[in-house]
Ligand binder design. Sequence first.
Ligand code: FMN
Length: 367
Amino acid sequence: MSKKIALRKKGHLNISLRENVQGGISSGFEDVLLIHQALPETNRSDIDLSTKMFGRSLDAPLVLESMTGGVPEAMKLNRLLAECAEKYGLAIGVGSQRAAIERPIFAKTYSVVRDVAPNTLVFANLGAPQFASGYGIEEASVAVDMIKADALVIHANPLQESIQIEGETSFKGALPKIEEVARALRVPVIIKETGSGMSREVASQIEKVGAKGIDVAGAGGTSWAAVEYFRALQGGHRIQQQLGKIFRNWGIPTCASLVEVSRSTCLTVISSGGLRSGLDVAKSIALGAAAGGFALPVLKAAKRGSRYLNELIEILIEELRTTMFLVGARNIDDLRNVPLVLTGNTAYWLNERGYSTRDFANRRIPA
Ligand SMILES: Cc1cc2nc3c(=O)[nH]c(=O)nc-3n(C[C@H](O)[C@H](O)[C@H](O)COP(=O)(O)O)c2cc1C
């Protein structure tokens, strides 16, 4: 069973690296217009990108998102990603640890992350369907201890499970189980989508059961319907191919999801799903996120080697710093409160859902 999971993970990696798995809708960042301030009351070199999340200090509000583990290729990638997270003081997640829960021999493909990143924020990862079908505090603790994680991410991926040939679509009972785990686990629990976004309805449920964070993983970035479409194509599974095609663009675009979640809860919110620049990170923070996460772009860079990965991170940091300078934000707290104009589909979505886009436009520039 767990060998099959590891092989599936390898297939996901290969498809994500070779095929076009980007969703066909936008995450909405082009609808978020930050307001240029021609006389920023700060020096570019004084801008402070540091922040705190889940008890750890980060040098920049960036997350290398949960992706991989379980196969030798994954161990190599996890090592590279973790070296980078440690070097630049970023948060990092591992991919689902189910393979190692079921076959502990795979544990080292995940624990390499903490071995090379002793000082940074590390997220463990398991799936909601596993909790619906039997996992509990024991498995959650094993996953956390395996990598000495600071928090446990539980991913919710009903779209992927619906399209995947081996998909596990029993989600009934996941929420009460998450509550048990969130109340008993010694580290905070974060609930994360994988590319279809979080609504305010689900965000409120998540807050009620005691989770401490949400990673919106909205639509507009990597599409799991697309990934599973390519797997179905390889396997000749016609129905899954058709489902993958139809649902490629399904979900709540990242920017709309960010506002829904951060306006309806007091949770720590991570933005992911289609972030492709430091400017997107800045926009995410201005919309309510604590940090911005990247999966596919860092995977592609890591595959080319550490030089490319480090270069990507340095570019993201400089893009973020430049944006902060241009909107007059001296630090991340300032950036959370800068005024912005919402346009296009994102404004339409938010207005229809009852949010006032004027609230964002009328914010005062931080003094
Ligand atoms: C190859 C690959 C594997 C992934 N595996 C996981 C996983 O095991 N657990 C999880 O929570 N998310 C997983 N994700 C989802 C990402 O963490 C992220 O939420 C999503 O890809 C959106 O970010 P992006 O548009 O920057 O890729 C994976 C993404 C990719 C590309």
